[in-house]
Design a protein. Structure first.
Length: 263
């Protein structure tokens, strides 16, 4: 069985090629071509909400696929915008909502909103990245979480930022073997507990982020190795000589070496 660490490393070492494969997938290419051809024709929130293909693509690109059916909520989110501190986007604990409202800022930019990079090229890049992450998650959630953490780590500025994001929190809990039940504690206690394990300032350092990912993948395999299967994208890169790797003495030794004292 291929380890989470091996899958993650092969995906990231061949990231450009991997993304190219995703971009050329028939469904992804069809939806991306449509989005690129039509996004700049969208001039208002009503236009945006009425064009279901554009709307779905944008929601998926910004990690809100699970909220696609909440159109009334999303319309209110976009209508209020991001400038007012009391707007819905600024009050939500999940930062994805504010990112989305800022990316498609009809409230602030009007009919020019869809000319911004955040609504065009960046949206496409995000769509491809999230499609990759989701595809990986179908066979190994650990790889999906590692890719997500790599992408989001530098944007986290506070410990609350980790608590507000379920995926980031799961990554940290797994990395430091923190019981899920710890999330039921008082919020201040949760913050103090996380700060015993991780300094969010370290998330600005790519080397320290990579060190955390190494530890996470090792811990993930400790807990989940019997449940994982080979990555669908990884299959595109494997050769007949690629071995099937399981948990053994080498992995146990690698975990013991993953000290974060230098963080």
């Amino acid at each position: 069985m291929t380890t989470t660490s091996m899958q993650y490393q092969i995906i990231t070492r061949n990231l450009a090629r991997t993304k190219s494969l995703i971009e050329n997938d028939a469904v992804v290419k069809r939806e991306t071509d449509y989005f690129n051809a039509n996004i700049k024709k969208i001039k208002s929130i009503d236009d945006f909400m009425k064009n279901d293909r554009i709307y779905r693509y944008a929601m998926k690109a910004y990690g809100l696929e699970d909220m696609i059916y909440g159109k009334a909520f999303i319309k209110k989110l976009l209508t209020e915008g991001i400038e007012n501190p009391k707007s819905m986007a600024n009050k939500m604990t999940n930062p994805l909502y504010k990112e989305f409202a800022a990316a498609f800022d009809f409230a602030g930019k009007g009919d020019k909103a869809t000319e911004e990079a955040s609504a065009t090229t960046e949206a496409v890049q995000r769509y491809v990245q999230l499609t990759l992450e989701k595809k990986e998650g179908e066979s190994n959630e650990g790889v999906q979480l590692a890719l997500y953490f790599k992408r989001k780590a530098s944007s986290v500025k506070t410990t609350m930022g980790l608590l507000a994001d379920k995926a980031l929190l799961k990554f940290v809990q797994t990395t430091f073997n923190i019981p899920e039940g710890a999330s039921k504690a008082d919020l201040d206690m949760q913050v103090r507990n996380l700060e015993k394990h991780i300094n969010v300032k370290d998330l600005q350092d790519p080397k320290k982020v990579d060190k955390l990912i190494q530890r996470f993948t090792a811990m993930w395999d400790m807990k989940n190795t019997s449940l994982e299967t080979v990555s669908p994208v990884l299959n595109l890169f494997q050769t007949p000589n690629d071995g099937v790797v399981g948990i053994g003495v080498d992995l146990m030794m690698s975990i013991s070496k993953l000290r974060l004292g230098g963080m």
